[in-house]
Design a protein around this ligand. Structure first.
Ligand code: NAD
Length: 374
């Protein structure tokens, strides 16, 4: 499939390069509101750059990959659908559940597909964990936790203001990876209990070049609570940018017959730890799986990065008329969970989910082999 990219910022290089990992798409043009950014990417990858209007009107292109900032996602996806093209977007699908629902309605009306990142749950760690849970390795998963804790973004990001404004915060910015992974493992969420806190009303930037400038914090920097899944699993969460140091794991699942610890769901690979009842932890290494082989140097650590598998899977499923794994229903449900965490904290009431989705199908090594360029 011939595709176009709108949004030539930070993450775009990963998508331009993903056409060398998977065999069913080719990027033929790119665009950006900042024409210089589009020109730079076009030159680097030997393709044409166009204005946003031109790329949407380009009749050679069947699908637009949307890599703009979250506040532009809805506008670009709607324009893509109105140009009769499929859309695959970076996360989150939109800024609110209401916006996301508008996207879904238009996609249905137009008979077009909308897919959305993250696709990291399709990596080796997420798929192996899912397989082991489905095989009852730890028994029925009754309880668990996920933890995202650090001391914010103002010490490294050159323009960290947006992290502390509505639409960001630790749940919208990072929670999306954890929640998507948990829906992959356990299915949809039924209800949410939540409480919030903002340790500091102002943050001082310590990164360059704006060191010393103040940020007014406008969204909670800590959210804690419980997600109850339709299958009755209760997952305690702690998402915070108010913590200097901690020793919690990213994701833990407690079944009736044992426990499982998962690696950071922002990545494709990593080891799982499994214990049967109170026996010793056993390590499950996923590096020999197709989407677990480390292929990228991340600040001196080799990691598996196969961003693009969600797009490749969606294209393959459009051709076969099957629902893609990174489906609009999954991303809309995840969006409602994130919004629900904030709403439940604000209203001090349990939030009951309106949306649902099917658990994405397992992605087999045979299916990956058909898509992956070796
Ligand atoms: N950077 C990462 O490591 C990373 C990782 C995973 C996901 N993401 C997601 O990817 C998306 C992009 O992130 P990024 O870090 O590349 O951001 P960025 O700010 O570096 O790039 C975004 C680009 O989109 C362009 N843009 C903004 N509004 C536009 C519009 N209306 N029309 C056309 N172009 C527009 C900007 O000019 C910019 O070049 C975000 O949704 C983010 O959540 C980023």
């Amino acid at each position: 499939m011939k595709i176009g990219i709108i949004g030539c910022g930070n993450i775009s290089e990963t998508y331009f390069k993903s056409q060398n990992l998977f065999n069913n798409f080719k990027v033929i043009a790119c665009a950006d509101i900042n024409i210089e950014a589009a020109k730079t990417s076009a030159k680097k990858f030997g393709i044409q750059y166009q204005s946003v209007e031109q790329i949407l009107a380009n009749s050679e292109i069947d699908l637009i990959v949307n890599l703009t900032i979250p506040s532009a996602h809805k506008e670009i996806i709607l324009k893509t659908l109105n140009s009769n093209k499929h859309s695959f977007s970076e996360k989150p699908l939109a800024m609110s559940f209401k916006e996301g629902s508008e996207i879904k309605n238009l996609a249905i009306e137009k008979g077009l597909e909308v897919g959305c990142a993250p696709d990291t749950f399709l990596g080796a760690a997420g798929q192996k964990a899912r397989e082991l849970i489905d095989q009852n390795t730890i028994g029925y998963p009754k309880l668990g936790s996920f933890n995202i804790m650090s001391h914010g973004m103002e010490h490294w990001h050159p323009n960290p203001d947006f992290f502390f404004k509505p639409g960001a915060g630790p749940v919208f910015d990072l929670g999306v990876y954890y929640i998507t992974q948990l829906v992959n493992l356990l299915g949809p969420v039924n209800n949410i209990i939540s409480t919030s806190s903002t340790a500091q009303k102002e943050r001082i930037i310590t990164s360059k070049p704006r060191s010393g400038e103040k940020i007014i914090v406008e969204t909670p920097t800590t959210l804690m609570g419980v997600l109850e899944f339709n299958n009755s699993t209760k997952i305690q969460y702690f998402c915070s940018w108010d913590v200097w140091k901690h020793m919690h794991n990213n994701i833990e699942i407690y079944g009736l017959e044992g426990s499982m610890i998962l690696p950071d769901p922002n990545f494709f690979g990593g080891n799982l730890l499994i214990s049967k009842k109170d026996e010793k932890w056993e390590t499950v290494n996923t590096e020999s799986m197709l989407l677990g082989v480390p292929n990228q140097d991340d600040h001196g650590v080799m990691r598996a990065n196969y961003r693009g598998i969600g797009l490749s899977d969606m294209i393959s499923n459009i051709n076969n008329k099957v629902i893609p794994r990174c489906s609009i229903d999954l991303s809309l449900h995840t969006l409602e969970i994130m919004e629900g965490i904030l709403t439940a904290a604000k209203t001090k009431q349990k939030y009951i989910l309106k949306s649902s989705c099917d658990q994405p199908k397992l992605l087999s090594e045979t299916e990956i082999n058909k898509l992956k360029i070796n």
